[in-house]
Design a protein around this ligand. Structure first.
Ligand code: ADP
Ligand code: MG
Length: 705
């Protein structure tokens, strides 16, 4: 339905009272059209709604009065030489003196006899009460006020643009074009949730009549944001469900045989996740599932079992890791589990391409050095021919010119989701029409409200149980006074052959923040505390190859103490590392501290995590004590959300999140409601052209990659 909404696209410069210079200021705020203006929201309201008689005004309070001007003139202050505009105004109850400084032009607007609202702060002036620099607004019959005697919206502005000017332009724009705003949420939902309509809500969000109306409008705007996001997710999901995938015929005898090869008892959570995945891969549309679980909860094992099942059913699998080291660790652990079953693996990264397929080229290799290029090509060929069953690698897997052989199962580790482009690339690499079943794995604990907001299109399996027999990591909040003791403890651990991580909040020294930096601490520790030990340094300003090299040295055991920022990689397995010391621990979110802690405790030895706050305020220590007493990443993530808001978590999870102006991750019930409605309505989206159009234009603006 195309409506005549040309008014909304009116350039801001064409609106009344906006000259060329003012237009530039509006543009700076991202406001180019009338529509942009209507969707530029206030960040708070001044409550001037309560109008009182002058006689009730007392000194030192914010008041709004309605009065008639009895006297007004400009004079020059004897002391400061500045222009002072003075007025006496009166209502039926009394009169009050009013002053403004340095605004001589006020005399042009205000005249004796004018009726005005005045909102501002009162003070004692000798024995009289005075109103200083109030916001004023002339009263005209039949015209609503914008600046006084109401809840007055306050906007974030720029340059010389004033609140009053902005409100006037906006007020006019809403009056002229507000009705052109189209409703896009289905009427049933609006009615059922008793939400105000879009036009009504938009008016009220700027110029509410009272607090209730403001609250109702805010709720509507929150719902609108969340519902838009959820419909978009639901649409992504249904598009994927509409695609073809290999429906895997599961054979109980074969799967049992695979399960019997697992050298330990699966946790209940692992069994449940495996069941959910197996149910998905039997279907003829692609799975799109997120497997969440703390480090060490056994995600890789789950992926390996599915890869084995896939192999027996005649399909290839691919596992993609964010770095070469992680890819290598996956390759080694998969080979160890799958190799004995006769399943072949290959690893393909930027720097290597190796496969476990029978050593066909062994003789060739000994005769003459096979060029690296040829070797790589040979592995590509093995993959394309299907001689390789499971391919492990980095982004090289989708970027390079490689082809798969009936790729039925694709896993991304620590990347949170498959992007639209990755999915497309994978399908194009398959010889058939089919898209592989997709599994994303992450050790980042994501609170439910966030998961629904960001990953509403994914199904989620959660490993919330650690395998039995793990030694819990001993976590302590350590005050600065125990620093020497801590360093001695670290030395002892290294003497018994262990390795240590030290995390600092900053890369470069900072005078103002008072927190430790990697560079400074690395210097100091190598010189004064740990001379004679091998130390390494890792931070985000290093090149990827440099980081990889340091991480590799740590994995190989040659570095005894690694001083690093938060870049220290999620998922890398260093069973020999037993101490994690976190400096300035109060700077990090709880879930993030938990992530750091997960770098240790992966071997048979007892591991330790020391949290050293940068300040010894009670609040920081108490917050850190939560990490010391809780080992559940999900609980910590929820706590983070509660204590520090969503910023932290969003930062660690995903930067590309579309910004929400009204809703927050605390709006859990509303998020769930929007999610449920979206899944309910998506199948009928064609019946709601306005909704369809809204989502299409939203989709152009977001890339949830
Ligand atoms: P994640 O990928 O979630 O970090 P992994 O799958 O790499 O976890 O498992 C971590 C370690 O625990 C591996 O050495 C793995 O063999 C072992 N493991 C996994 N599941 C179990 C289990 N149910 N019982 C005992 N050990 C397990
Ligand atoms: Mg892992």
């Amino acid at each position: 339905m195309i409506m005549n909404n040309t008014g909304l696209s009116t350039p801001i410069s064409k609106l009344g009272r906006v000259g060329a210079k003012t237009a530039v200021l509006f543009n700076k705020l991202g406001i180019h059209t009338c529509k942009d203006l209507l969707f530029y929201f206030p960040f708070r309201f001044d409550d001037f709604s309560h109008v009182i008689p002058i006689s009730e005004a007392t000194a030192g309070t914010e008041v709004t009065i309605r009065a008639r001007i009895q006297l007004v003139n400009n004079r020059r202050s004897a002391r400061t030489r500045k222009i002072v505009t003075e007025a006496i105004v009166a209502d039926d109850s009394g009169s009050i003196r009013v002053v403004w400084f340095n605004q001589p032009y006020l005399m042009k607007n205000l005249a004796v006899g004018d009726e005005v609202y005045l909102s501002g702060k009162t003070s004692d002036h000798f024995l009289d009460l005075q109103l200083t620099s109030p916001v004023y607004e002339k009263i005209y019959a039949h015209q609503e006020t914008l600046h006084t005697a109401r809840l007055v919206p306050i906007y974030s502005l720029t340059g010389s643009l004033t609140q009053k000017q902005f409100r006037t332009v906006l007020g006019n724009a809403i009056a002229r074009f507000g009705d052109e705003i189209e409703e896009w949420i289905p009427a049933d939902i609006i009615a059922h949730e008793q939400l105000p309509g879009r036009v009504e809500a938009l008016r009220a969000i700027h110029f509410p009549e009272n607090k209730d109306q403001c609250a109702a409008a805010t709720l509507r705007m929150k719902f609108e944001e969340l519902f838009r996001l959820q419909v978009y997710s639901a649409q992504q999901r249904s598009q994927l469900l509409g695609q073809k995938a290999y429906a895997v015929a599961l054979n109980t005898r074969e799967t049992d045989a695979i399960f019997s090869r697992i050298p330990f008892t699966l946790t209940g959570a692992q069994k449940q996740a495996l069941k959910e995945i197996m149910d998905d891969i039997e279907k003829s549309h692609p799975m799109n599932r997120l497997l969440e679980g703390d480090v060490g909860s056994g995600k890789t094992v789950v992926a390996s079992v599915i890869a084995a099942i896939m192999t027996l059913a005649g399909y290839q699998s691919a596992i993609m890791a964010p770095t070469e080291i992680l890819a290598q660790q996956h390759y080694q652990s998969l080979l160890k589990f799958l190799g004995p079953m006769g399943i072949t693996c290959a690893i393909i990264t930027g720097s290597q391409a190796i496969s476990s397929v029978s050593p066909v080229r062994k003789e060739e290799e000994s005769q003459k050095k096979v060029s690296k290029q040829k070797e790589r090509q040979a592995v590509y060929d093995q993959v394309e021919q299907g001689e390789v069953n499971v391919v492990i690698g980095t982004h090289a897997l989708i970027q390079e010119r490689m082809k798969f052989f009936r790729l039925g199962f694709a896993v991304v580790d620590e990347q949170h989701r498959f992007g639209v482009n990755q999915r497309k690339a994978l399908r194009e690499k398959n010889p058939d029409e089919e898209m592989p079943h997709l599994l994303s794995m992450t050790a980042t604990p994501i609170p439910r409200s966030l998961a629904l907001t960001l990953y509403g299109d994914l199904d989620v399996s959660i490993l919330n149980e650690l395998p039995q027999g793990r030694l819990p990591i001993i976590t302590k909040v350590v005050p600065n006074s125990y620093r020497e003791w801590t360093y001695d403890f670290i030395k002892q651990q290294i003497h018994s052959g262990r390795q240590v991580f030290i995390i600092c909040p900053l890369i470069d020294p900072s005078d103002t923040l008072g927190y430790k930096s990697v560079k400074e601490e690395f210097e100091r520790l190598s010189r004064d505390i740990f001379p004679g030990f091998t130390m390494g340094m890792l931070h985000g300003k290093m090149k990827p190859v440099e980081k990889e090299a340091v991480m590799r040295t740590m994995v190989e055991g040659s570095i005894q103490i690694l001083v690093a920022t938060s870049v220290v990689e999620v998922g890398v397995d260093i069973p020999n590392a037993t101490v994690m010391l976190i400096e300035g621990a109060d700077r990090f979110g709880l879930a993030q501290l938990h992530q750091f802690r997960g770098r240790v405790g992966r071997g048979a030895d007892q591991s330790y995590c020391f949290l050293m706050p940068g300040n010894e305020e009670k609040e920081s220590t108490e917050r850190l004590a939560i990490v010391a007493s809780c080992t559940d990443g999900f609980v910590l993530a929820e706590k983070d959300l509660e204590l520090r808001g969503s910023g932290d978590i969003l930062g660690t999870v995903q930067s590309g999140m579309p910004t929400l102006a009204f809703a927050t991750l605390h709006d859990t019930a509303l998020i769930q409601k929007a999610h449920a409605y979206a899944r309910d309505y998506i199948g009928r989206i064609n019946e709601f052209p306005e909704m369809k159009e809204e989502i299409a234009s939203f989709a152009q603006g977001v890339h949830l990659e």
